[in-house]
Structure formats: C-alpha cells, structure tokens
Design a protein around this ligand. Structure first.
Ligand code: SF4
Ligand code: SF4
Length: 447
C-alpha cells in the first residue's frame, strides 16, 4: 500500500451545528430491541442469548454472551421484561434481537461490581465483560484489539478524536465532558499494556477539546495532544497512523507489529467507565442531525432505542426524511426505516430531506484521474469500476486482486470528486464483497 504524502485535497463542509450542544438524556423508552450481533459487514457473529421470554431483567444484566472476536456481550439497557427473542432485519442485515419492555424504573443489576484486575489477562477479561466495542464505526470488540498486547509490545497508543465526518459531534462532546475518563483509560493502558506514549489526535475544528485536553495532560510527558488539519478522512486509521507517526501498515501487516494500536476516544471512555462504575456498555451519546430534523441534538440514549424515539427527543420531523443514515454522510450506512434501532457503534443518525438527497445521474467515465489523485491510499477506483463491468469472473477477480481492492476503506473521497457522478465507493463495496466471496469459494474448492 502506498499512502499518499498529503491528504489535504479533500476539505468537506462540516455541518457540525450540534458541536456546542451538551448531550441530554432522553426519557426512558417504552421498550428497546437489542440485536445480538454488531450488524456490520466485518463482524457479524451472533452472541448467544442467555435470557428467555418472560424473564425480568435489570440494567447492565448480561442477556447475550459473546462467542468469539466477531461478537460482544450484550447487556440489558433498560429494566423490565423480555418480551421476545426475534429476527431483526435492518438495511439488508439480519440478526437475532432481544426485545425488552421497560418497567420505567431503570433498576440497576445488583450483581455489578467494580472490576479489580491485577494483570494483563485479567484486565482483558474485564474489558471483555464490559461489552465495549470500537465506536469509531468498526464495532470490533475492544478487548480483541487490546489483546494484541499479549503478542507484541504496544509502545504507542493513538487515541482517535479526529471525528472528520460531516455532521457528527459525539466524540467532540465526549472529549469536552469525559476528560477524567480519558485520563483513567490512559492510566489503565499504561498499567496493563505497558505503553509509553499516548497521542490524542484531534482535528483543529475542535479547538476547545484540544485546549482542555492539553491543559489536563500538561504535566504528563507520556501524553501528547496532536492537533490535526480538518481534512477528510483524517480519522481513517491508515491516515491517522501516517499523520501522527509517519508509519505505514503494509498489506498483510498488523498495526500492532509496528508497536502501535489505534483506539477511538469514545471506546477508551466506555472501557474506562466500566472500571469506574462496573456498568457495562448499555448507553451512548449519539448525534441526531440533518435537514429533516426539527431540533438537531446530542442525546444520551440506551442502546436499542428506535430512530423514532430519537426523532421525538429532537422535537419531531420537519418533513418525512428521504434518507436516514447511521454514521456520517461519507461512510455512514443508509437505513430503511424509522423503526431501525440504535446499535452500540451508531455515533450519529442523519435524517435528510428530499432536496438534500437529489443526485445527478452518473455518466460515462471521462478518464480525468481525479478519483486516483484523491484516494488517500493510492488506489485506482476507476479500475475497480471497469473490472466490475466484466462478465468473466476470473478476469474480474484477477484485476481486483492486482489493484488491491480489499485495501479500500470505503471513505467515499473518490465518489465525492468524480465529475461524472459515478458511484465509485458503492461499486468498491460491491467489489470487496465479490472478491471476498470469490476468494472463499476458490479456497474451499481447493483451486
Ligand atoms: S473509497 Fe475511493 S478514495 Fe476511499 S479508499 Fe476506497 S478507492 Fe480510495
Ligand atoms: S473521477 Fe470519475 S470520471 Fe474521473 S477517472 Fe475517476 S471515475 Fe472516471
């Protein structure tokens, strides 16, 4: 992979109108629906339900046990009664989900205890128990990422507070309001991972967060607050790694082998919160934004509430949304209903009106090269697009492999700059799916 020396070519409008809004807690919902899978494309293993219909549950009680690195423990986010364990489908993804009818009490699970680990293995087990997942989008269990420390010395921890996507201000608010938990998280990683350097990367469009955290860590030489230019995709792990350390992960290489891990700032906070309160991950801050919402806000919500609940807490809709996105406008996932539920990794819900979603029809490629020039990873999205038009699957696979389509992080920069309005990132997503299946089939077939 050849990372470009400069990624300053793509400056996006920020649309971060909620940056100055402290998060507010929504009223206790009538019910929640908790999928037992992270429901993203990379890790979709179902956790195993450990409750039955009719059971009374309390906040923080384990209701589904993780099975492997592709899943995480799920805990009740309200107290009440398990009404159903049912199939849930949202935006083309399926998972088993546990429906809990709230008793309106938010009664805390009496078995919760503040964890007291004494070594790395016990610490990782506690992080595992917390149910914390990567909140930068990938939803990969935090313990699994930190377990890299069992094999390699993690000298540097990069704390990702870039939040480069338009609309989202959740991590910005976290950095302003949970500095004590960021500090606690760093202390834990110092103690159990033995890391010596902590770099908190924050885009310069959050000067208050940069100032507060610089002040907080001014006497700790191990912690550096690094202001980053406000360019997209500054928060992508390959880009952040390069801009913060000058290092590049080559294809097939693990970042930990460079002595570095990247953790999202809110993931660090959620992990630390468990060691302070004993409460696993049952709620989160989410930014609710977009032209279809009356009063955009940052909200504190139990996991498993519906988009409809969030909209209600924001004064309702100005008009029916033409598009609902979980995440930002560039890398977020389009949702198909106001009844879809908030997942652990949903940092924003963007509801757009029809005018904002009008698209110009794509036209043939004019070979201008802008998509290649803008790609932070030096990929050739026009070549992926041409390959995907081929009928011969083996030829298609050969080109996609040669052009390293699987390296694509689906940041959307190429689509954004294409003068022919070609849906390049969408095609890349399909191409990655194709090559994954093709490689699996050829491995299984022994070819
Ligand atoms: S989405 Fe486009 S710009 Fe982004 S990494 Fe993939 S090919 Fe490059
Ligand atoms: S930016 Fe669009 S028009 Fe230009 S080379 Fe890429 S795909 Fe073709």
């Amino acid at each position: 992979m050849s990372l470009k020396k400069s990624i300053s070519s793509l400056k996006l409008p920020h649309y971060k109108s909620t940056a100055g809004m402290a998060p507010v807690r929504i009223p206790i919902p009538k019910e929640v629906l908790l999928p037992v899978s992270p429901m993203n494309s990379h890790s979709a293993t179902n956790a195993e339900p450990v409750v039955q219909v009719g059971d009374h549950v309390t906040v923080g009680q384990l209701i589904a046990r993780e099975k492997d690195r592709g899943s995480a423990h799920i805990h009740a986010s309200v107290s009440g009664t398990v009404k159903a364990i049912e199939n849930y489908t949202a935006a083309g993804k399926k998972a088993l989900a546990i429906r809990i009818e709230s008793d309106g009490k938010m009664e805390k699970c009496p078995d919760l205890k503040i964890p007291q680990p004494t070594n790395l293995d016990e610490f990782l087990q506690c992080v595992r128990d917390s149910g914390a997942v990567g909140l930068g989008g990938a939803a990969y269990p935090v313990w699994a990422k930190l377990s890299a420390a069992q094999k390699s010395h993690i000298q540097t921890v990069l704390i990702n507070g870039a939040e480069c996507e338009p609309f989202i201000t959740c991590d910005h608010r976290v950095m302003l309001e949970y500095g004590d938990l960021i500090q606690k998280g760093i202390e834990l990683l110092k103690q159990f991972l033995g890391s010596e350097e902590f770099i908190i990367g924050i885009e310069k469009n959050k000067p208050d967060a940069i100032e507060q955290l610089t002040e907080r860590f001014k006497d700790d030489p191990a912690v550096k607050v690094l202001p980053l230019s406000s360019v997209y995709p500054q928060g992508a792990k390959q880009v952040l790694l390069y801009n913060a350390t000058g290092k590049v992960v080559e294809k097939g290489q693990r970042m930990a082998s460079l002595g570095v891990i990247i953790i999202n700032v809110y993931s660090l906070v959620k992990m630390a919160e468990y060691f302070v309160t004993g409460m696993p991950m049952v709620e989160r801050i989410v930014t609710v934004e977009g032209s279809a919402v009356k009063e955009p806000k940052n909200l504190i919500v139990p996991i498993g509430v519906t988009v409809r609940d969030l909209v209600e807490a924001c004064g309702g809709l100005k008009e029916e949304p033409a598009k609902i996105i979980f995440g930002g406008a560039m890398m977020g996932k389009t949702q198909d209903s106001l009844d879809n539920v908030l997942l652990k990794a949903t940092n924003a819900v963007v509801l757009m009106n029809r005018k904002d979603t009008e698209k110009t029809a794509p036209s043939p490629c004019i070979h201008c090269g802008r998509c290649v020039a803008v790609c932070p990873l030096g990929l050739n999205p026009a070549a992926f697009s041409r390959a995907m038009e081929l009928e011969d699957e083996d030829k298609k696979a050969a080109i996609l492999q040669k052009e390293q389509v699987r390296v694509c992080m689906e940041c959307g920069c190429c689509s954004y700059v294409c003068p022919a309005h070609r849906p390049l990132a969408e095609t890349n997503n399909k191409a990655i799916g194709f090559i994954r299946n093709w490689e699996k089939a050829h491995k299984e077939g022994g070819k």
